[in-house]
Design a protein around this ligand. Structure first.
Ligand code: HMG
Ligand code: MG
Length: 298
């Protein structure tokens, strides 16, 4: 039986926008986050405190955090790869700090400029500081289902990094298909490996939709008991260190799926469609499939 309720983490303002070439003004990002807050998300990944040389689009993160209207009941998250990022995230008042590692050595080097083992050591300080300040700690495992540089990623590598992240005290761990190459059987295998090291309630599925498999992969993850999923409004996104990878699975598509399955999310799909139309309009590109279909019927 599938879970009766799932938590959807909206990652559009961070994962969705980080790779945009055109500079998006902070006011637009703030408006987007406010529209998403109003839709009722339990968690919005709103910012990323990384090097602006590496990811220029996220340079306005402090401004965005300062400008949004916080909805009680929504957790606002931000990425922080090191103590510099943590200090900025703390000053910005985030509720949840996200450290991000990888199951692939090659990707770890490209994305955060260090080995997996070194990343765990860097994260240790961030994790301790996060806990000391009473904030939530989440960790992403990139390339858990395939890597743009090394190809196949063994499930043993996923299991190993999940165990190391658990030891840092993570509340949640994201199993990420960074480049959207997975198909359902791979998802079963990766999730089952992760579940050997971490409680299933705290594992999430973070699927990119490059090959159009993300909704199928979410269904597969539901079947093994995963109840947290990440998605981007309008299917925005891509990763600067994963060439050719497209955005996250679209939130509108995921909400339509959940609605059809009778799985509760607590999120207002119509308001998400509005947010999708707003940001897609700003960027001058189409919103998601479900988003466009719903908007067309109005
Ligand atoms: P580095 O060059 O090894 O680090 O970068 P460094 O400590 O030597 O610092 C170099 C420069 O960056 C210094 O500035 C630092 O001050 C500055 P300089 O002295 O040259 O002027 N710096 C910072 N500035 C602002 N905030 C910071 C920060 N840290 C250092 N936090 C580092 C290492 C990790 C910082 C760098 O590689 C980086 O920022 N990478 C960004 C990676 C990234 O954001 N990737 C995309 C997000 S991950 C993702 O999308 C995947 C996910 O969605 C899941 C999935 O789908 O797989 C989460
Ligand atoms: Mg991602």
């Amino acid at each position: 039986t599938l879970p009766q309720r799932v938590k959807i983490v909206e990652v559009g303002p961070r994962d969705g926008l980080q790779n945009e070439k055109q500079t998006i003004p902070a006011e637009v990002k703030i408006r987007l986050v406010d529209m998403l807050s109003d839709a009722g998300f339990p968690n919005i990944e709103a910012a990323s405190f990384v090097s602006p040389k590496w990811v220029p689009q996220m340079a306005t993160s402090a401004e965005v955090m300062a400008g949004i209207t916080r909805r009680p009941g929504t957790v606002y998250s931000a990425l922080a790869p090191n103590m510099k990022g943590f200090d900025a995230a703390l000053a910005a008042g985030v509720d949840e700090v996200v450290i991000f590692g990888a199951a692939s050595e090659a990707f770890s080097q490209k994305n955060i400029n260090c080995s997996i083992a070194e990343s765990i050591e860097r994260f240790r300080d961030v994790a301790e500081a996060t806990k000391r300040h009473g904030l939530k700690l989440r960790a992403a495992v990139s390339c858990a289902l395939g890597c743009p540089y090394q190809g196949e990623v063994p499930v043993a590598a996923v299991r190993d990094v999940v165990a190391r992240l658990r030891a840092l005290g993570c509340d949640e761990i994201d199993i990420a298909d960074t480049i959207g190459v997975a198909t359902p059987r791979k998802v079963y295998a990766a999730m089952e490996a992760a579940m050997r090291e971490f409680p299933v309630e705290g594992l999430s599925g973070h699927f990119h939709d490059t090959y159009g498999q993300a909704v199928a992969n979410i269904y597969a993850a539901l079947e093994v008991g995963i109840s947290i999923f990440h998605s981007s409004v309008a299917g925005l996104g891509g990763c600067p260190y994963a060439k050719g990878a497209t955005g996250n699975v679209a939130t509108e598509d995921v909400l339509y799926l959940m609605q059809g399955l009778g799985i509760e999310t607590g999120i207002n799909l119509d308001k998400v469609v509005d947010a999708g139309q707003f940001i897609a309009g700003h960027l001058g590109r189409p919103a998601s499939r479900a988003g466009n279909a719903i908007a067309a019927k109005r």
